[in-house]
Design a protein around this ligand. Structure first.
Ligand code: GLC
Ligand code: CA
Length: 524
């Protein structure tokens, strides 16, 4: 386990939309370099960049054409190396995005794989043995290549699935996971990882990490074996490199070698019911919505076993949002977000802040889809730096040349105005992250324990190490008697209750914890 993860706070940058330095309307690597001090000022000490590789951009870069080449619109490989160096000087690590499940249909491997005559890359993708032989249970394409077969897709039409083999084989064209050509796919991915690690990158966020072996068993053991093999390489040659999975099943992913696994917004799971539970019948019952009315019990029913069963292997990564998820501002106000983010940055594991969430950037409704974004496009709009500058300081380009239009609302937030407003969200983000760095008990490893959570009640109290944290997202004052609390709080008198962080009002009396509306408190 790389030791730096223990106190890591990540900032996710969607490179297209962060900062454009050459006026072409698209963010670039130089832009990220110029904003490193800003990233640092938030307290983030690590970055995750969405794919910056050469690509036809039919899925915003998740359709990789050349894994070893930075896309021209972002700069050059040398620029990226300079970003690694500049970031490291400031104590910031940089994770790239590894896309191991598929490539672009324009990748050289795929072109070779489409050829009429068999060649050494013929099995790099999953093909059937006839143009009229389709694939049950998976999307596929037929009739597009000279080769007499259909190929499997992993996501969009532009993303053919790489071949790591099939575990439970039922068709003659399916290849076993230990076939040399399937092993060669894994080795090719390792080669790409080494290429960037040798240039100074600090690890990878891994796209669709569970998607490698097809017809895998329920616990994805064959896909897991590939990650264990890759982890062995890291442990041996790059012990400081981090691997973070887009899997959202830490009980699997962390056992298979990932250091951290994202807690993603999947309908009905623990993260979804906290922030984005708008699809349930009868309104939005998200725990952090002030009028959501919910207790933390639905969250805990999902989270606690995930945490308990995975904590000895690695970390769960809470996210404020990501490039695939609607920003929380779609349904929540700034006061709700202050409480919600304070929670995120006081939980175990390795947290991720999505660019712009620190100023409460809006989810843009009705923006035209860009590069396969569709409804995700609304969470990918240009970063708003300066209220008074053209395009909020994101780019000098004319507004019709921007990658995605900027937020046109007159009260759109920006870094400049947020900095000047003592009550703005950015200050909450900075102070809770600063506190996390200052207190080991708030970092990745310190133990988490539920102290008070009850069906039908809004108050949630949990312990991190020697700290007691109390949350009330609701509109009314809430109270918990110490005698009803588990763990250290029940030992009345022993808690001195030094308030070290607070939003709203909080009181630790002799016999109870009392929290005012929309309040958050950390007692030492
Ligand atoms: C992941 C990415 C998403 C992409 C997809 C296909 O879910 O986060 O943006 O479209 O994989 O690569
Ligand atoms: Ca640019």
């Amino acid at each position: 386990m790389p030791a730096w993860l223990k106190d890591a706070v990540f900032y996710e940058i969607y490179p297209q939309s962060f900062c454009d330095t050459n006026g072409d309307g698209i963010g670039d690597i130089e832009g990220i370099i110029t904003k490193l001090d800003y990233v640092k000022s938030l307290g983030a000490n690590a970055l995750w960049l969405n794919p910056i590789y050469d690509s036809p951009f039919k899925d915003a870069g998740y359709d990789v054409r050349d894994y070893k080449k930075v896309a021209e619109r972002y700069g050059t490989n040398d620029d990226l190396v300079r970003l690694f160096e500049e970031a490291h000087k400031k104590g910031i690590k940089v994770l790239l995005d590894l896309v191991p499940g598929h490539t672009s249909e324009e990748h050289e491997w795929f072109k070779k794989s489409c050829e009429y005559e068999p060649n050494d890359l013929w099995n790099r993708y999953i093909w059937t043995n006839g143009a009229f032989c389709g694939i049950g249970g998976h999307p596929y394409i037929g009739g597009e290549a000279e080769r007499d077969g259909c190929y499997m897709l992993n996501f969009f039409k532009c993303q053919p699935a790489l071949n790591y083999g099939v575990l439970n084989r039922t068709e003659p064209w399916q290849m076993p996971v230990d076939h040399p050509d399937c092993i060669a796919t894994r080795e090719a991915m390792k080669d790409i990882m080494r290429f960037w690690l040798d240039k100074g990158c600090d690890g990878f966020r891994v796209d669709m990490a569970d998607s490698l072996v097809k017809e895998d068993d329920e616990v994805k053991s064959a896909t897991g074996a590939i990650w264990q093999n890759i982890r062995e390489m890291l442990d041996k040659d790059y012990p400081e490199a981090a691997l973070v999975s887009e899997w959202s099943n830490p009980e699997c992913a962390l056992k298979y070698g990932f250091h951290a696994d994202f807690y993603l917004d999947h309908h009905g799971n623990g993260l979804n019911v906290l922030f984005r539970d708008g699809e349930t019948e009868g309104g939005d019952h998200s725990y952090f919505k002030k009028d959501g009315g919910d207790s933390p019990m639905r969250f805990l029913a999902d989270y606690e076993h995930k945490y308990e069963n995975s904590k000895k292997y690695g970390y769960i990564s809470f996210i404020t949002c990501n490039h695939d998820t609607p920003r929380c501002t779609k349904t929540m106000g700034i006061d709700e977000l202050k409480v919600a983010y304070s929670f995120i940055f006081t939980m175990p594991g390795v947290p991720f802040l999505y660019y712009g969430d620190e100023i409460g950037m809006r989810y843009l409704e009705n923006v035209k889809t860009k590069e396969g974004g569709f409804q995700r496009t609304g969470s990918r709009s240009p970063m708003q730096w300066d209220k008074s500058a053209k395009n909020y300081g994101f780019s000098e380009a004319d507004s019709d040349k921007l990658y995605i239009p900027v937020d046109a609302s007159s009260d759109a937030p920006a870094v400049s105005s947020a900095e000047a407003d003592a009550d703005s969200l950015i200050h909450t983000v900075r102070s809770i992250i600063a506190l996390r760095h200052a207190k080991e008990d708030l970092q990745a490893d310190a133990d988490f324990q539920v102290v008070y959570a009850k069906e039908g009640e809004r108050l949630f109290i949990y312990r991190r190490g020697s700290l007691v944290i109390a949350v009330n997202p609701g509109e009314k004052e809430e109270k918990a008697y110490k005698k009803d609390c588990a763990d250290i709080l029940s030992k009345a008198g022993e808690i001195k209750g030094n308030l070290i962080y607070g939003i709203g009002t909080a009181d630790l009396t002799d016999d109870a914890v009392v929290l005012g509306p929309q309040s958050f408190a950390i007692f030492e």
